[in-house]
Write a protein that binds this ligand. Sequence first.
Ligand SMILES: C[S@@+](CC[C@H](N)C(=O)[O-])C[C@H]1O[C@@H](n2cnc3c(N)ncnc32)[C@H](O)[C@@H]1O
Ligand code: SF4
Length: 469
Amino acid sequence: MILTPSMTGIASPDPLQHAFKVKSAPHAGRSGSRPVFLESQQWQQWWQLPSQATERALYIHIPFCRKRCTFCNFFENGTNPERISRYIKNLTEQLHIAADTPLAQSRPFNTVYVGGGTPTDISSDEVKLLGEAISRFPLVDNAEVTLEGRLNGFDDDKWHNATANGFNRFSFGVQSFDTQVRQAAGRFDDKDFLLNRLQQLSQHPSASIVIDLIFGLPGQTLDVWQQDLQAVIDSGVHGVDLYQLIGLSGTRIEHAREKGKILGTPISDFQADSQTRANMYASGSNHFEAQNWQRLSSCHWRRDSRERSVYNSLAKSGIEILPFGAGAGGSIHGHGCMNGRDLKKWYQAHDERTTNNSTTMPAAPIQVPGMLMSPNPSAKIDAIFKRGLDSGALDLKLLTKKMTTHLTPLFIEWQKNGLASLGEHKLTLTLAGRFWNVNMQTGLFDYLAKNPIFTQDDPYKQPPPAIAS
Ligand SMILES: C[S@@+](CC[C@H](N)C(=O)[O-])C[C@H]1O[C@@H](n2cnc3c(N)ncnc32)[C@H](O)[C@@H]1O
Ligand code: SF4
């Protein structure tokens, strides 16, 4: 059996700080898939077939931001009203076509996520157009429909148009409430504005307001972090995500770090190291749990049941996600798909389709440039691992006996290293395990790669779906 420290972590008196050196990646995964080329006729046929999924989602991507934040590499295109209105026009046309197809109509959607970029930067009328386009799809009762973005520029008019047109969950990036940390990170607005606006929006009788905070930003001392945590409670929001800063390549923070600099505030160039971030995570987790907030995943807490986080939890389960927009990712008929980010090519595909429009072809949204992958043969079992470890408890009853036995040496090492406790039917992560859960997921996939278990007749090895690719 091959077991390495990158799979198991290391023994230490303080596993929260030292079980691993750094967070390995934002997310874990393995693919086992290969790129697939689909003729345009096959693509059209895909949209005429009913979905085989039991749960599914729509993901709609808005790749525009007004400003590039120092920590983020999600910035794709600068905001400009004409650019955005052209994009929304094409996008909503495609959503209308897609909504009428047999694929879309065959089963209701559990959740919709409009993400970016900064979707709240689109105009109030465009929010309405998007909401109307989404409402053409069959949705389950009380489906969660999220609009992502930020508070700056999200005025009353947009808010009313959004809530009147089906959006019932709002995910705002706050990152830090501290005015100086915000300025250093390239964010608009100060703490008072954010607190007031969040308090107003959270009064809504049914919409869920959730915010993202990052720990480890330049200038964000432990004191500032404690104030950030208290501000979440004071703001009245219904849920919060606590993300550890990841040194993403191409960001201004990373460029500075490579030159030995920290982009701190006028009064502090403190930047938490990995051990301090571990303590920041622990104080965040303890803070919300002491206030009786419920933990829904390793990084997400809710104040009450209004916040459900349906999209985030289902997306980790590998459900069908129909993707729309340049840069959107998802999966159709078990095939992973990633639309290219290049807006020029995306528009080109739309322009060509409009000129060559053929009435003999069945209606389907445009096949935009991007990547399509064959079905991941281990998608089902991977979803069990990812969702379990992310939620803080892996239900061993969902695994075969053979799989549990195969993984037991790894589970025992995790237990020895203070990352988990192993029961008869459940592997429960400790606080340290929850902090390091992405490393543990990566370690588990690496363990399975180096110590393979799958055989021809293993129930987890799913046959590829009947659809030709
Ligand atoms: C796609 S971004 C959209 C945020 C939104 N546009 C805004 O201005 O807040 C979603 C979230 O990713 C998180 N994020 C971005 N860069 C990150 C990084 N380097 N490390 C950790 N989290 C990051 C932020 O918390 C952010 O709110
Ligand atoms: S945090 Fe939001 S606004 Fe800032 S660059 Fe990332 S996606 Fe754009």
